[in-house]
Design a protein around this ligand. Structure first.
Ligand code: ADP
Ligand code: MG
Length: 882
């Protein structure tokens, strides 16, 4: 067996080999050492190889998925070697084969892959001068997409796309992987396990060469160069799957092309700053936009809402269609409740179809699929409600519009049935599953018990033989008791002897001669009779045959289901969209959101807007709503105010409301008029990013550079305390220059909200026509202040830093001393202004230099000998050096 293992190991290459032995998968040698460490299981030793005991670690077969998951998460590849025959008598080494290799991007087991998450395998292709190609696949759902990028910032765009995608495995050319200029920035954008491939595997013709039945017609819309970029990356994916997990390729039916620019662009730092999917502080998901608006009840919806959140729409009719749907659902709370109930009892159709295509679905999956399909009818009925009907159809139609304008050809609703139902119930399949599969089938597919009575004639016959056989044996017990006069006589069954008759020692003398003794126990003896054995053969044979036949029938059902895969996937995609939208409606009614009005105007106007996450937080008693108006005349708004006044909250809420509106969600505002925005950027000054090894200020500037290069007059830019990571002079100057630049973009200026504590920036309002000052009001009450969280025109010339320190509980001694210093500072500032103009920051330095300056002022040059001058200078220098 060890020899067989070594052979397999050779084939498996650098993967950890899980070697099936009965009820265990064993790992040997180095693999065992790694497995025991990663999976935290005992390492044992067995046998001898080259004079050394062989390390061994085994995992039970029924729990293997968990171990595979742990190993792949730790970045290892895992090869599975199966026994290809049942253990029988006399055979020494069983036939074994490597059946597949599992990598982080190719896990398919439902128990370990989180239902609400996609698991992506991506491939990136460097087309040199032509740009970059990116393709990705989720083999659990069959989603397979590609995009090309050839702008002058293609590489940055790729990185940003990868960070949004968060693949668990990335395929890249070996030469790239060895290149620091590639791998270092890549590492900052993705934690994917990077798998190097030979460049030849990025073959644009691969799908054709492998004769795969994948519809690539979507690619033909692209210019040749871009098409090659896409198909090269996609080629690497299919090659990789073909080499490692052939079965999964059946999942891929269509390669869709998408373009980043058909969605509102959100890059990674913006996503993090706005805390869309994950929160920076504690509290996890609860304090994210997702946590605030995700009321989905199916795994399909849970994945879809994340997808939508990072890709809000630009197309006004498509957004309107979603909003229409949400609006009707808010108007019909009872129907919405029913809809939620129906959706709740749906299983993850996408992944069931995935497992079916892969061939490892069990009868429970089939039963779950059946009951999910049964729920489509009520869903259709609810969506058929008169006024819901038109909006529902519109939203589903809009997915079609989407498919066109966004070149995002989801296989959605190719044909919407006009009357009655909207979703495809796949009636034939539903009916088949209803007659074929029992109500609650077992997990295993080898033990029978899956197929319903009346579905297959042979099966019914075998079952009645089995039943009769059992009845016969029961009757036999009775008749043998009578015949022998032994009332305690039993007919029983065990694996070694099959059926036998057991008689206690006390009755042994009554046993008839025709009984053949098989075994003697302390208190009893066991016998068989020819008659018993004959029936046994029948029953056992029937049982074996039932198992095999049920397995065959089950496999056939899987094939049938696989044939319906495209229709099932289309229904699943619609269900996902409906789920997200009913969640939006739910959220709108619960949280008092309103429908935004969406158009193409160059304007954002929000009245009584709130922060969707903060308004629900326990930390806030009463959230104060605020307005905003951004239009061609007021492009850039500079918000000043003390710390803790609510600046950051205010500017973020504007960005969040815009994103929500363009996703098709109602918004936390009395009224919102949103002219569609093409990109949202959010930057926070002095946000540390030590984990990625870049200095704070560097990060800030990289991000700023990105905004300046990427933003258009249609964009919305949120800048929070930019310039704080460096000296005050640098900071103000940079912030100043950035505002000037943003003000000039395409002569229109970029819609910008700038929160800052640099009061100097308020001066910009006087110099640039489209800049407006706002401040957050605070109420001064004697020595303390009260935050009002109200945004008003004009700037605040007071930072109330010491007041805030007071509120925070900094000792009185410190704050009152700070007040003294402040008075001094303000005095010397006044002096500074007379002499050097309005540069208030100088005052800081003057205060420190004051004693030296004093001394210098007192010197009478006429009276100073060279010797005294030397001494005086030496003193000054000493003092200055402290
Ligand atoms: P700043 O950026 O001006 O320092 P933040 O926006 O971080 O202030 O807000 C500080 C705190 O003030 C928030 O954590 C929240 O508790 C409270 N706050 C902010 N805005 C509001 C508001 N509109 N209504 C009620 N409380 C608010
Ligand atoms: Mg702030």
């Amino acid at each position: 067996m060890m020899q067989q293992f070594l052979q397999m190991k050779e084939q498996a290459g650098d993967a950890i080999l899980l070697f099936r032995c009965g009820d265990f998968y064993e790992t040997f040698m180095d693999d065992a050492v790694i497995t025991s460490r990663v999976c935290d299981i005992t390492l044992t030793k067995r046998g001898i190889s080259k004079g050394e005991p062989i390390p061994l670690a085994g995992v039970p077969y029924h729990a293997v998925q968990n171990y595979i998951y742990k190993l792949t998460r730790a970045g290892y590849r895992v090869a599975i070697c199966e026994q290809m025959e049942r253990p029988g008598k006399g055979k020494k080494v069983l036939k074994r084969e490597l059946i597949r290799t599992i990598t982080p991007g190719t896990i398919i087991d439902s128990d370990v892959v989180d239902g609400s998450e996609n698991n992506y395998l991506a491939a990136i292709f460097d087309g040199g001068m032509n740009g970059w190609g990116l393709a990705y696949v989720d083999i659990t759902t069959g989603e397979f997409r590609a995009t090309a990028e050839n702008s002058n910032r293609a590489w940055e765009m790729m990185l940003s796309e990868l960070s949004k995608l968060a693949p668990s495995e990335l395929l890249a050319d070996r030469r790239l992987v060895e290149d620091k200029n590639f791998i270092t920035p890549l590492r900052q954008h993705t934690s994917a396990c990077v798998t190097p491939l030979h460049f030849q595997e990025f073959d644009p013709e691969q799908i054709q060469k492998l004769k795969l039945r994948i519809d690539t017609s979507d690619c033909t819309r692209l210019p040749t160069q871009d098409r090659r970029l896409c198909t090269s990356a996609a080629g690497a994916i299919v090659t990789y799957l073909a080499d490692n997990q052939k079965e999964t390729i059946a999942q891929l039916t269509q390669l869709s092309i998408y373009q980043r620019k058909s969605f509102l662009l959100i890059d990674r730092s913006t996503e993090r700053n706005l805390e869309l999917l994950s929160s920076q502080g504690e509290g996890g998901r609860r304090y994210t936009l997702l946590g605030a608006i995700d009321r989905t009840v199916t795994p399909m919806g849970a994945r879809k809402i994340k997808h939508w959140m990072l890709r809000p729409l630009l197309d006004v009719p498509a957004i309107q269609a979603r909003l229409d749907f949400v609006e009707s659902l808010t108007a019909y709370p009872n129907e919405r409740g029913d809809l939620r109930e129906s959706l709740k009892s749906m299983s993850d159709i996408e992944r069931i179809v995935g497992r079916t295509l892969f061939g490892n679905a069990n009868a429970r999956d089939l039963a779950a699929l059946r009951s999910s399909l049964e729920q489509i009818e009520p869903v259709n009925r609810i969506l058929g409600v008169e006024s819901l009907n038109s909006s529902a159809r519109a939203v589903l139609e809009s997915e079609k519009i989407l498919a066109r304008t966004d070149e995002e050809a989801e296989p959605l609703l190719r044909d919407v049935p006009q009357i009655g139902g909207i979703l495809d119930e796949v009636m034939e399949l539903r009916e088949l599953l209803a007659v074929a599969v029992v109500e609650s089938p077992p997990l295993t597919v080898r033990e029978g018990g899956m197929i319903r009575e009346g579905y297959n004639e042979e099966l019914d016959e075998l079952r009645s033989i089995r039943k009769d056989g059992r009845g016969f044996i029961a009757a036999l017990e009775e008749s043998e008791r009578k015949a022998s006069g032994i009332s305690s006589l039993k007919v029983a069954y065990n694996k070694v002897f099959g059926y036998y008759i057991e008689v206690t020692k006390t009755n042994i003398d009554k046993v008839p001669d025709r009984y053949i003794c098989k075994q003697t126990l302390t208190n009893a003896e066991r016998f068989i009779t020819p008659e018993l054995k004959e029936y046994e053969a029948k029953v056992l044979h029937a049982e074996d045959r039932i198992r095999d036949l049920e397995y065959e029938l089950h496999q056939k059902l899987l094939e049938v289901v696989a044939g319906y895969a495209p229709r099932l996937k289309a229904s699943a995609a619609q269900i996902a969209a409906i789920d997200v939208l009913q969640g939006f409606a739910e959220c709108a009614s619960r949280n008092n959101y309103n429908r935004p009005s969406i158009d193409d105007e160059d304007r954002i106007a929000i009245y009584e807007g709130r922060h969707p996450v903060l308004e629900r937080s326990d930390a806030v008693d009463l959230f104060v709503p605020n307005d905003i108006e951004l239009d061609p005349e007021s492009r850039i708004i500079i918000i000043t105010g003390p710390n803790m006044a609510g600046k950051s909250t205010y500017i973020r809420q504007v960005a969040l409301i815009v994103l929500m509106a363009q996703m098709g969600c109602f918004v936390p505002a009395r009224e919102a008029n949103i002219g569609v925005v093409d990109r949202v950027f959010s930057r926070v000054g002095a946000s540390d990013d030590l984990s990625r090894g870049r200095s704070t200020f560097m990060v800030e500037m990289c991000e700023a550079a990105n905004i300046l290069q990427e933003s258009t007059p249609r964009s919305l830019v949120i800048l929070d305390e930019i310039g704080r990571g460096t000296s005050t002079f640098d900071g103000v100057s940079l912030a100043w220059a950035m505002v000037e630049y943003l003000h000039q973009v395409k002569r229109k200026g970029v819609k910008t909200l700038f929160a800052t504590h640099y009061h100097e920036l308020a001066e910009l309002e006087n110099q640039l026509s489209r800049v407006k000052n706002y401040h957050v009001r605070v109420a001064e009450e004697g020595d303390t202040i009260r935050f009002l969280y109200r945004i008003e025109p004009g700037f605040s010339d007071h930072s109330y830093g010491i007041h805030v320190a007071d509120l925070a509980g900094v000792p009185r001694k410190v704050t009152s001393r700070a007040r003294e210093v402040l008075v001094d500072l303000e005095k010397s500032m006044a002096r500074g202004q007379q002499q050097d103009g309005p540069d208030i920051q100088m005052s800081l330095f003057s205060l420190v230099d004051e004693p030296l300056r004093q001394k210098l002022a007192e010197v009478d040059m006429e009276q100073l000998s060279p010797r005294d001058a030397w001494d005086f200078l030496a003193d000054l220098v000493k003092e200055a050096k402290g």
